[in-house]
Design a binder for this molecule. Structure first.
Ligand SMILES: [Zn+2]
Length: 113
C-alpha cells in the first residue's frame, strides 16, 4: 500500500513540476542567447579588430549546422546531442569565440577543425 502511495506521489510531483521546468529551461536558453548577442554586439575581434556583431553569430550558427549535418551524414544511425563548441566566429579572420557563463563574456577559443 505504501509503495502505491509513494509511486502515486512521485507521479503527481512529476505531473506538476514538468510544466514548470520546461518554461524555465526555455527562458534560461533565451537569456543566455540575449547575453551572447549583447556581448558580441559590443565587442571587436581580438585578432583583427573587426567588429563582431550579429553576422558573427549567424556565421557560428551556420557552421554549427554544417558540422551537425556532416556528422549525421557520416554516422546516420548514431544519435548524439551536440553542445555548441563556439558562440561566434569573426567574419574577417575566422577567429572562434565561446561564451563563458561565469564571467559572462565571450572568449577566443581554439579553432575547431
Ligand atoms: Zn577577426
Amino acid at each position: 500500500m505504501q509503495k502505491l502511495i509513494t509511486s502515486s506521489l512521485i507521479a503527481l510531483l512529476t505531473l506538476f513540476i514538468t510544466p514548470v521546468l520546461i518554461p524555465i529551461r526555455f527562458i534560461a536558453k533565451r537569456i543566455k542567447r540575449s547575453r551572447v548577442y549583447r556581448e558580441v554586439s559590443h565587442r571587436d575581434c581580438s585578432e583583427c579588430g573587426n567588429h563582431l556583431g550579429a553576422d558573427s553569430l549567424a556565421r557560428a550558427s551556420q557552421q554549427f549546422k554544417t558540422m551537425v549535418q556532416d556528422f549525421k551524414n557520416k554516422y546516420p544511425s548514431m544519435r548524439i546531442n551536440f553542445g555548441r563548441p563556439f558562440a561566434a566566429i569573426c567574419t574577417h579572420c575566422d577567429c572562434h569565440y565561446d561564451y563563458d557563463p561565469v564571467e559572462k563574456v565571450i572568449v577566443p577559443t581554439a579553432t575547431v577543425a
